[in-house]
Design a protein around this ligand. Structure first.
Ligand SMILES: [Zn+2]
Length: 494
């Protein structure tokens, strides 16, 4: 018998954590964060305590209390064993959005993670540009003995690094994990490298849609997934339903066209924001910029991500490289803001103004610019300005006749602590929006609308359906007569 247990991602959008058990084989599908669950207890200044992380998360019911699942250094330190063998054979990661992957850094380092090259690169970018530990775990709570002084200290740095087992799989690869044959099938979504999962177990076949849509640049992939399920005699479909209550969607091509129109009508600087890791969206903005004879100015973080994609043989050429002739890389002010100071007063100190090595690397790029270039070449640029870097507008000083395009998730994102009113204040202050004016907002979601999700259910022809990643399971119930609505902690057998 095969049993699927749900530890998040049901009755809510995101937080997917599904365990599949087939005899001795035990697989985890995604290990993501539930914003709604974390948000119930945590906010900017109230978080799980690092020294008691697992116990805090167990106590609040945010993470499932399962032995052999979590990193051994944490488990040992928090009195949750840590010496036992892991009972998990693999993590199958559908994609690198945090509501599917955010807790991977807390997993045991010896559980292999199967994912696409794109997901691997996005997690690598997280590690390089923040303190996350997706690809390389840094062992905590380890004591080091200093021979000379005879004292004990905390181990740190390279001596604590343990690489995780990342198993990159190509689109449509088939492979076995214990008794389960796995197919990772590419689908269209708002981040590169998303895979739906098709599992052939000893008691039947099940599919997990992950997150999918049909109106981005990879509709054919999602169609291919539906067709493959249809020919697989599907016993169970775990089907997302983020936007089942929505009737109709724009396409990524519509976004590109509409942004193009705004750029054509803009006399001075075009300021825009879009999700940093949605590289298909970056491509839309890039295409629109090139069509209107402008260079796209990207952030350091985005330059690092594009560089990773450019250096991988699997993804080279998919997106603009950071040295593309139409791309400029924006150098923000460093900790002492030496970028506009006389180098004679601070000899050789510019690199040190940027705390991280990955940032310093871009100082030498010939297409790296700072605010003075943006201020002096407004007609020639599309300037990426996120909600977290609005202060750059103080330096850039958009001229009258500049515009602002918002091309990210809903007008304002709930994860952000900045209120929408505050962002509006910035835009109005810098003449990018009239007082009480309407934002130019062009965006398509990463999720299929109601008719499209119904199409997935009809097309895959599952014998049984479980709604996931949705607050509206009643739509699935309406569309499939054998729908089982489950809650956290429930199991379904094949
Ligand atoms: Zn997603």
């Amino acid at each position: 018998m095969t049993v699927i247990t749900f530890h998040g991602g049901v009755g809510e959008i995101g937080g997917n954590k599904f365990i599949v058990e087939d005899g001795d084989t035990r697989i985890l599908m995604d290990f993501g964060m539930s914003f709604s669950h974390e948000g119930k207890f945590f906010a900017e200044f109230v978080n799980a305590r690092g020294s008691n992380y697992l116990n805090d998360m167990f106590a609040l019911g945010i993470l499932p209390k399962i032995k052999g699942l979590y990193r051994r250094d944490y488990a040992r330190h928090m009195g949750f064993d840590g010496r036992e063998d892991t009972a998990f054979d693999a993590v199958l990661l559908t994609h690198a959005h945090v509501d599917h992957c955010a807790y991977i850094p807390y997993l045991r380092e010896d559980i292999p993670i199967y994912c696409s090259e794109e997901s691997n690169l996005i997690m690598r970018n997280f590690d390089e540009t923040s303190t996350s530990q997706y690809i390389t775990m840094k062992e905590k709570f380890r004591v080091k003995h200093n021979e000379k002084s005879g004292k004990y200290t905390r181990a740190s740095g390279e001596e604590t690094e343990i690489p995780r087992r990342i198993e990159v799989r190509r689109p449509r690869d088939k492979f076995s994990i214990g008794s389960i044959d796995v197919e990772m099938l590419p689908v269209d979504h708002s981040i590169p490298g998303v895979c739906a999962l098709l599992l052939h177990t000893s008691s039947g076949t099940l599919a997990n849609t992950g997150d999918l849509r049909f109106n981005g640049r990879r509709k054919m992939d999602t169609d291919g997934f539906v067709d493959r399920c249809a020919e697989s005699d599907l016993d169970l479909l775990l089907c997302e339903g983020t936007r089942v209550d929505v009737e109709r969607s724009l396409t990524e091509a519509d976004v590109e066209t509409r942004v193009s129109r705004v750029l054509d009508a803009t006399r001075e600087l075009a300021v825009c924001t879009y999700p940093v890791r949605d590289l298909d969206r970056l491509l839309s903005i890039y295409n629109a910029a090139v069509a209107s004879n402008r260079h796209l100015v990207i952030s350091l973080n985005q330059a690092n991500l594009l560089d990773l994609f450019d250096r991988s043989e699997h993804t080279k050429g998919m997106y603009p490289s950071p040295t593309d002739k139409n791309v400029r890389i924006y150098l923000p002010r460093g900790s002492w803001s030496l970028i506009d100071k006389d180098p004679g007063d601070f000899p050789d100190m510019l690199p040190g103004d940027y705390g991280r090595l990955w940032q310093r690397r871009f100082l030498d790029y010939s297409n790296a610019i700072d605010y003075r270039h943006v201020r002096d070449n407004q007609r020639d640029l599309v300037f990426f300005c996120s909600d977290f870097t609005l202060q750059d507008l103080i330096d850039v000083r958009p001229n009258p006749g500049s515009s602002y395009v918002r091309s990210s998730t809903e007008p304002f994102n709930e994860e952000m602590n900045l209120s929408s009113a505050r962002i509006m204040n910035w835009l109005v202050h810098f003449g990018l929006l009239k007082e009480g004016g309407k934002l130019e907002h062009f965006h398509i979601s990463g999720h299929g609308d109601g008719p499209q999700i119904k199409g997935v259910i009809d097309g895959t022809r599952p014998k049984k359906l479980v709604p996931i990643h949705t607050e509206h399971p009643e739509y699935h119930q309406k569309w499939h007569k054998k729908t089982e609505v489950v809650k956290n902690g429930d199991s379904v057998a094949l």
